[in-house]
Design a protein around this ligand. Structure first.
Ligand SMILES: Cc1cc2nc3c(=O)[nH]c(=O)nc-3n(C[C@H](O)[C@H](O)[C@H](O)COP(=O)(O)OP(=O)(O)OC[C@H]3O[C@@H](n4cnc5c(N)ncnc54)[C@H](O)[C@@H]3O)c2cc1C
Length: 221
């Protein structure tokens, strides 16, 4: 949680650009982040929150503070036997693809079409990540975020996130005001019995080429 000075961001962006951060720190919990937000260097701004660095083009040195999200944790926090769903809470610094793999191990479905999307769980709601006919909002329940100006924790429901196509309030009216610290998803139980979402054209074509009936694949296949 130390504030380092003049740190190369090369290892932290997928383009491998060698921009330098004037100040740099990692945080592994919401409490650590709150402490960092209170520091005068952070208050002075500008501030850049870094996830996996896969959607950033660092064309020049960053004159302010870069905070790297390393909040971990994947935990099933609830089960609903009526709807056959489970709630998964994920730390915002977890890898998104790691989360997808975890859901398949736990026989939960709903995010399998979003496998291999680079980046962290915390960045996923910002643009409502999507692929192959599925979007984050399909399974999204709520998120937790710290308000940058106050350090206060706020919970956002799906409705409050204002999701659209690669859109959310965090790219619009609330841009640069909150840092996502955790995301909760509602996923389906009984993976094997639930048909996979194969409506997307390219998936249908591939299945047809392979001679597979589109009612056959399960989320884990
Ligand atoms: C090869 C490739 C394929 C891709 N395919 C897809 C795809 O199929 N579908 C899709 O939707 N996207 C896709 N993307 C885009 C990318 O995967 C997403 O935008 C992803 O959510 C970025 O995550 P990240 O952790 O790397 O974010 P970063 O690049 O670290 O950050 C991106 C932005 O989000 C902000 N941010 C990051 N974490 C937080 C946080 N916790 N709280 C608040 N703000 C935060 C950052 O400040 C920055 O403004 C692809 C990108 C690449 C490079």
């Amino acid at each position: 949680m130390l504030l380092e000075e003049h740190v190369s961001l090369r290892p932290y962006n997928t383009f491998g650009l060698n921009a330098q951060a004037r100040y740099f720190a990692r945080f592994a919990s919401a409490d650590e982040l709150r402490q960092l937000l209170a520091l005068p260097q952070v208050q002075a701004g500008p501030l850049l929150v870094l996830g996996g660095g896969s959607n950033l083009l660092l064309t020049q040195d960053f004159v302010g503070v870069v905070l790297k999200n390393e909040i971990k944790g994947l935990e099933i926090i609830g089960e609903d036997t009526d709807t056959h769903t489970a709630l998964l809470r994920a730390g915002a610094g977890e890898s998104w693809h790691g989360l997808v793999e975890y859901t398949l191990q736990e026989e939960l479905s709903g995010v399998e079409n979003l496998s291999l999307i680079p980046g962290t769980v915390g960045a996923a709601p910002l643009q409502n990540i999507g692929a192959y006919g599925a979007e984050l909002q399909d399974t999204f329940e709520r998120l937790e975020a710290l308000e940058i100006s106050t350090g206060a924790l706020r919970v956002f429901t799906k409705q409050e996130c204002g999701f659209g196509y690669r859109e959310s309030v965090f790219k619009g009216p609330l841009k640069n005001q909150f840092i996502v610290t955790a995301v909760v998803l509602r996923l389906h139980r009984a993976t094997a019995r639930r048909p996979a979402n194969v409506r997307y054209g390219a998936i249908q074509e591939t299945l047809a080429d392979l001679g597979i009936d589109s009612s056959e694949p399960t989320p884990s296949t």
